[in-house]
Design a binder for this molecule. Structure first.
Ligand code: GLC
Length: 724
């Protein structure tokens, strides 16, 4: 669509103060008569009149193009200025065709795949009437107890940054008025993933140095990529809730980063200033949030009930309201809503573009590319000539595999593992038994015998385990991150009965798989794979697809290790395993070491990738030079496969403790049978910088290493010196 020439300044000049404030308010579609609207937060008593609703500027959580068109028509008729509403939704990993959860996308280490998935989601969602998606969520995470790790791309700031920026660019394209594009909203600023003890909404106390080094980069990368909106987080950060945190919202976001996009509160976050104990006076809440630059208030009524008074009392000028309202009107203009209030949506178009075979193929390839082969003693890939396959476990026949935040996706759309294997091997006998439940408090063992007998009768066993998909996502932090119920016991019996067994794990987080690892010959992590999960599992297990994902967040050996992450400083007594000899007191736990079961960057393949050389074009560099790093990988097998070539940096000596490894580059490459490729990275001085004790962003002369492989398992390393 041609760029809009609509005069928003003229429109603004015709609006009353209350009407301008209406543009700064967002309510759930249920308040506008939607019977199907999903509620994504607590419903507080809002105290808003139907008259006030006529001025509201945006809504969220509606259902489909038909409803959007009806709501938009009704609203524009009732609004004196006939201003179209913005329709926003959490299109996190698909609209109707669901692809893997973002933690799985992180595991793909494949920005191109993320681009393809995001563009598909934008096309479907836009046809369904969505204008803005509350995506990407780029919260940095370290504690797998937190329910929303599923929504993040993991424990590395660089990986999170690359994947966040890829989503922004793919959803938005070059022109928001394009019918197949959406505006994006980066969230949750800041450090929501740092909630103490992995408990959702809990307090976050993190030093400025750590915030800047680990938690901030991905938000900034999305802003640099052109994200349209930003959502502050629910949590208090160093004592002050983000929505009212002047240091965060004014000094960092506005003064340092120069963010000029629209800031929207999270669901009732202004209202929750009461629960935080900051103020029970919503006029004060409105003042604090607006002063911190929050333009739109989502699902609380502080602005609509008090902002006009704050202007009349001189606390804010009407010009400040104008500026905020203009940002919202400008966004509507960029989306072309003044020319087409539906942004290209229609019931027919939504039906035509959603869940097509082409989109299913994208979802399936994404599920394949996100899967991580954690262990394989050679049992995989299974032969496709097997006669009888037993699909066993509580997730063997479930279609609940789309994960949390799956928008308009339906369980009924999802292909089960059982069905996926039947689809792939129509002539094989495929049998199934549940064996046990997946609920955390289900200790029923009565299904064991039947499952064991079935396993014994089969040529190959696919053991489908994990956690209930409802055990991750918002408000679903877990007190334990084991395989729920008696799944470990079932796995032990099944693997003892049939050595030709592979375990497939479905989860929204890294689980503690130490027991499973001790007896399962192979373990494939699928995350929540989405609509094509079962087909992807079948193709991966029987070799039609070759696993290529890598661990984006460390898998602990024990819950007590949480939070556990690869990019930690050494400490004064770095004893990583109980076996290491250490004089005197050691840092590891009684009963367990400090290493994870599966480290960041780990992931196996059916190919055999040999890392032959890592070469530097120089061994000294200055602040204005750069080093070329060339890594040569050989596929010593007959199987085509993809490999994520990772580059890690370690600053050996610095004024501030430094991580033992930091990912500074990665590239996913495909290698044919017996093919050799060289990947070259460029290392600049800026990549060596860190925040020192006074939060100066600096590099320091000295010795560095560059390595490849994965965290805790570096294969090749070379040193260089940064000179002053
Ligand atoms: C939720 C989430 C946020 C989401 C919003 C709208 O509470 O915290 O991520 O975008 O409400 O659904």
């Amino acid at each position: 669509m041609a760029k809009s020439s609509f005069d928003v300044n003229k429109l603004l000049s015709q609006m009353t103060l209350e009407e301008k404030i209406g543009q700064l308010v967002q309510f759930n579609a249920s308040l506008f008569g939607s019977s199907a609207a999903e509620i994504t937060g607590p419903l507080e008593k809002l105290g808003v009149s139907s008259e006030q609703l006529k001025n509201v500027g945006s809504t969220l959580n509606f259902k489909g193009a038909g409803e959007v068109i009806a709501l938009q028509d009704k609203h524009m008729k009732e609004d004196r200025n006939h201003i179209p509403m913005l329709f926003m939704m959490d299109v996190i990993h698909g609209y109707r065709t669901i692809y893997p959860i973002p933690l799985g996308l992180g595991a793909s280490f494949d920005p191109e795949l993320v681009k393809e998935c995001s563009e598909m989601a934008a096309k479907e969602a836009s046809a369904g009437g969505v204008h803005v998606t509350f995506t990407p969520m780029v919260d940095y995470v370290r504690d797998a107890r937190w329910g929303r790790v599923m929504e993040s791309c993991g424990e590395d700031p660089y990986l999170n940054s690359v994947m966040g920026a890829a989503q922004v660019k793919a959803f938005q394209g070059d022109d928001l008025s394009d019918d197949d594009r959406l505006a994006t909203c980066v969230k949750h600023f800041a450090a929501y993933g740092g909630a103490e003890a992995g408990r959702d909404y809990n307090t976050v106390e993190i030093s400025e140095r750590l915030l800047r080094e680990y938690y901030f980069p991905a938000y900034k990368a999305c802003i640099d990529a052109g994200v349209t909106m930003l959502m502050p987080s629910f949590n208090s950060l160093n004592g002050v809730p983000s929505i009212a945190n002047k240091w965060l919202m004014k000094k960092v976001l506005k003064e340092e980063w120069g963010f000029e996009g629209v800031v929207i509160s999270d669901y009732n976050a202004i209202g929750e200033l009461k629960k935080h104990g900051i103020t029970d006076d919503m006029k004060k809440g409105a003042e604090m949030a607006f002063d911190c630059g929050c333009d739109i208030e989502m699902m609380s009524s502080a602005y609509i009930n008090h902002l006009a008074d704050l202007v009349r009392e001189g606390r804010f000028s009407e010009k400040m309201i104008d500026n905020a309202a203009l940002k919202v009107l400008e966004l509507k203009k960029r989306l072309g809503l003044f020319e087409d209030p539906y942004h290209g949506a229609s019931v027919e178009k939504e039906a035509a573009v959603c869940l097509t075979s082409e989109h299913r193929a994208i979802s399936r390839r994404a599920a394949e590319g996100c899967a991580v082969l954690l262990k394989n003693n050679g049992v995989l890939p299974f032969s496709k000539s097997v006669k009888k396959i037993a699909v066993i476990g509580p997730l063997a026949t479930t279609n609940e595999m789309k994960g949390s935040w799956s928008c308009n996706g339906e369980n009924e759309d999802c292909i089960t593992v059982y069905q996926g294997i039947k689809n792939l091997l129509p002539n094989a006998e495929v049998v199934t038994a549940q064996g046990c439940g997946v609920e955390w408090d289900n200790f029923d063992r009565s299904g064991f015998d039947e499952a064991v007998e079935l396993a014994k009768s089969a040529d190959a066993v696919v053991l489908c385990l994990g956690e209930y998909q409802k055990y991750s996502g918002e408000g679903n932090s877990r007190i334990d991150i084991c395989l729920t119920g008696v799944q470990d016991e079932l796995a032990k019996l099944i693997t003892a009965a049939t050595p030709n067994t592979a375990a497939v794990v479905f989860s929204g987080r890294p689980l503690v798989l130490k027991a499973l690892d001790s007896h399962a010959p192979a373990i494939l992590e699928m995350w929540w794979p989405g609509s094509e999960g079962g087909n992807a599992v079948a193709r991966l297990l029987f070799g039609d697809a070759n696993p290529s994902g890598k661990v984006p967040m460390s898998f602990p050996k024990a819950l007590g290790q949480c939070p556990i992450y690869y990019n930690h400083p050494s400490t004064g007594r770095p004893k990583m395993t109980p076996e290491e000899v250490h004089q005197g007191y050691a840092s590891n736990y009684i009963g367990e070491g400090n290493l994870p079961l599966y480290p960041f960057g780990h992931g196996l393949s059916y190919s055999n990738f040999v890392y032959e050389t890592l070469e530097l074009d120089k061994t000294t560099m200055t602040k204005d030079s750069e080093i070329k790093v060339s890594i040569t990988v050989y596929n010593d097998s007959d199987v085509v496969g993809k490999e994520v070539v990772q580059l890690y940096m370690h600053d050996l000596w610095a004024s501030t403790v430094r991580p033992i490894q930091s990912l500074i580059g990665f590239e996913k490459i495909e290698l044919g049978a017996r093919e050799r490729k060289t990947v070259t990275f460029t290392v600049k001085e800026t990549m060596l910088r860190f925040y020192d004790a006074e939060c100066n962003f600096i590099s320091e002369a000295g010795e560095f290493t560059l390595s490849t492989g994965c965290a805790d398992n570096l294969l090749l390393t070379k040193s260089f010196t940064l000179e002053n």
